[in-house]
Design a protein around this ligand. Sequence first.
Ligand SMILES: O=C(O)CCC(=O)C(=O)O
Length: 445
Amino acid sequence: MYKELICSSLYGSSFKIYVYRQRTCSAREGLVAPPVLFIYPWIEQIEAAASNKGTRPVSLIMETPTPKSISICSKTLNDFSSDVKALWATPIRTLETVPEPIDFYREFVSLSKPVLIRDAFPKTSLDDIISAMGDEEVRLNVDVTPDGHGDCIRVLNGERVFVMPETREMSLIDLRDGLRQQQKRRRNDDTLHEKDEHGLRAFHNEEDDRDRQGYSQRLEDSLHSSVVEDDEVFYYSRQNDCLRNELQPFLNRNLFPQFIPFANDAFNDEPEAVNVWIGNEKSVSSMHKDHYENIFCVAHGEKVFTICPPSDSLFLTESTFPSGVFEKGKRDVGYNWKISRDENNCSGQKVRWIESNVECMLQHDDTSAQNDNPRTHEKHYPFLKYANPYRVHVKAGDMLYLPPLWYHQVTSTCETVAVNYWYPMRFDSPQWCYFNMLQQLNNRS
Ligand SMILES: O=C(O)CCC(=O)C(=O)O
């Protein structure tokens, strides 16, 4: 297949790139002509693709990315990244008391700056919730995955797919028991999930892979386990206003506030959704952004947020992917995990998501336990070095204000209960217009 890109250069030159490949590779399909700023690293990527097995050589016919334009390009990116670091994505402030709405609005909301507020939310553990519920049974829909990574990009038979968790209905007590059983078990994720050359989690359908070491033992273990099987991770992570729906009994017993008063005043609105998150150190939410003002509150345990400003959209390698859903086989067919293409997504619409792992830039940090090799990652994601990741620990009683469009990846260090209040984001702002433009510039797939 021939693809031709003709880009008008900012400096008056034009580029033509002809790419011939025998096999199509989804992530490089449908390249959209970007401004000249982004041509040079792409050439490196295309050359790297050419040397991959199964890919025919790539021919490049190129007119002048002059040394001058290349150095202007990397200087521009460097300057942009340094400005963001110095002026906007600065270390976040911590407040010891709940702010006045007007101060919160002036100092944080209007500047799109996150802030951590200490001792601002009631502390409530899972055991507290269960004992407050007494005899009333609460049933909830829990996300289940083989490794705790819900909503993330996986490599399936060489293709990158956005995979969502399986949803399973269970009682609150089963969720608690399952989380605690998981904590007791020592599992080695890497026997099931290796990283591919991009550092993405490569998934093997166990059906095709039954002879893997340890499979029979896991199957044996799972036959004897009552709540959670050895190759399952539970994470209650509904994002559908669950506190006001399936967890309404929590509100009836005043376990959590229905809204955050200073935020209602500052945003001049009610929360659009209130979500509860119950998981443990296996639970991971991969890097993404939301179109909401987010007041994230930890009631028990600790969350670790890795956040990046919206301007990092250019650097995090956001692309679009086909979607799929995890499905666990039934007991009689050997419990194997599969990924099925998402049937609800009939339109074939792709999901926009981040594939690079910014955590590997923070590896020196104590809490990071990544297998990614930063060098390999840098090769595949040449812009990642310009990103401005920052890590925030949100402990029991803390509240994190995360403005709309800020990227975040979230883990827990232990059994954790959290509630977040999503307030409507304003789209009639320069912030949204600029962000949207950045996303379009970065439209690589
Ligand atoms: O706690 C998590 O795992 C994710 C939280 C999140 O993504 C959010 O509040 O938007």
